[in-house]
Write a protein that binds this ligand. Structure first.
Ligand code: C2E
Ligand code: MG
Ligand code: MG
Ligand code: MG
Length: 279
């Protein structure tokens, strides 16, 4: 089972680390559990305005170009990276690719308003004492307006130490970056997170989108979420739009932004440039 595999992988890695520390050789098999930075690739998925279909931003989504197993999605390796404490380095690496990339795209494809870049944070990032400094430095170095950087946080992260999390949110706010609640609606107390944390956007989970337009209950729920968000001055981005009828339904009930295979899959940077140039 998956659990046995993970436990074994952790044990093997621990053994490998001990052997490296003792100056002994490690096996290729052990090294294959870990990506090297040159095997990691940032992919970017467009976020579009549902009214016009125009690209308003991108979400950076990591991929591992594995020498034998091909292109792996985050689900195949990020949970393990989180477990062994490597996720902080990986997320920092993603930001170091994606934020300068945004600066570059804003310069080559200027528009009003600016396109934005979304990056995902994980629970461990909230325990990294250098997180605020690291973000503010890369934003400065990349010559972007901090508001054009969107930090995506899932409800799972908010389950942790609330005082510390709130303090970090305050610091992010004073940097001027934008905050989005990812996978909104999947946790036990989504509304209480909206009440307690200063989010600028809600990313409506794919489980809502996939039921549109045929489920009346989901239509009503999403419509009310959009009303609520608008009156709280938050934007709503619907995730996982795969069919035109979903995009039409969302637009009709007041959702302004969307992301999904209907518009584009996550793509390498070069392909995104082609999309931007074509607009
Ligand atoms: P997420 O942040 O909710 O990202 C959206 C996921 O939905 C992405 O999966 C995207 O490829 C997928 N998606 C987009 N449009 C559609 C659609 O129309 N239909 C369907 N079925 N799926 C769609 P992906 O790239 O596999 O990423 C999975 C999760 O891994 C992300 O969920 C995010 O939580 C995490 N992740 C990805 N990159 C990073 C990263 O650099 N750092 C951290 N900490 N987490 C990351
Ligand atoms: Mg996300
Ligand atoms: Mg999401
Ligand atoms: Mg999701």
């Amino acid at each position: 089972s998956a659990w046995v595999t993970k436990t074994r992988a952790i044990q093997e890695l621990r053994d490998a680390v001990l052997r490296v520390a003792a100056g002994l050789p490690v096996t290729i098999h052990e090294l294959e559990l870990l990506p090297t930075f040159d095997q990691l690739v940032p992919y970017y998925q467009p976020i579009v305005a549902l009214e016009s279909g125009r690209i308003t931003g991108f979400e950076a989504l990591i991929r591992w170009r594995h020498p034998e197993r091909g292109l792996l999605g985050p689900e195949a390796f990020l949970p393990f990276m989180e477990e062994i404490g490597f996720i902080v380095e990986i997320d920092r690496w993603v930001r170091e690719q994606a934020i300068p990339q945004l600066g570059d795209w804003q310069q080559h494809f200027p528009r009003t308003p600016n396109i934005s870049m979304h990056v995902n944070l994980s629970a461990s990032d909230f325990l990294d004492p250098a997180i605020v400094h690291s973000i503010s430095e890369i934003v400065k170095d990349s010559n972007i307006d901090p508001a054009d950087l969107v930090l995506e946080v899932t409800e799972l992260i908010l389950l942790g130490d609330n005082a510390h999390t709130l303090d970090l949110f305050t610091q992010f706010k004073s940097l001027g970056v934008t905050l989005a609640l990812d996978d909104f609606g999947t946790a036990f107390s989504s509304l209480s997170y909206v009440r307690r944390f200063p989010f600028d956007h809600l990313k409506l989970d794919i489980s809502f989108t996939s039921e549109l337009p045929h489920s009346t209950r989901s239509m009503l729920l999403v419509e009310e979420i959009c009303h609520l968000a608008t009156s709280m001055k938050m934007g709503v981005i619907a995730e996982g739009i795969e069919r035109q009828e979903q995009a039409d339904a969302l637009r009709g009930i007041g959702c302004r932004y969307g992301q999904g295979y209907l518009f584009a899959r996550p793509l390498p940077a070069k392909d995104c440039e082609r999309l931007l140039a074509a607009e």
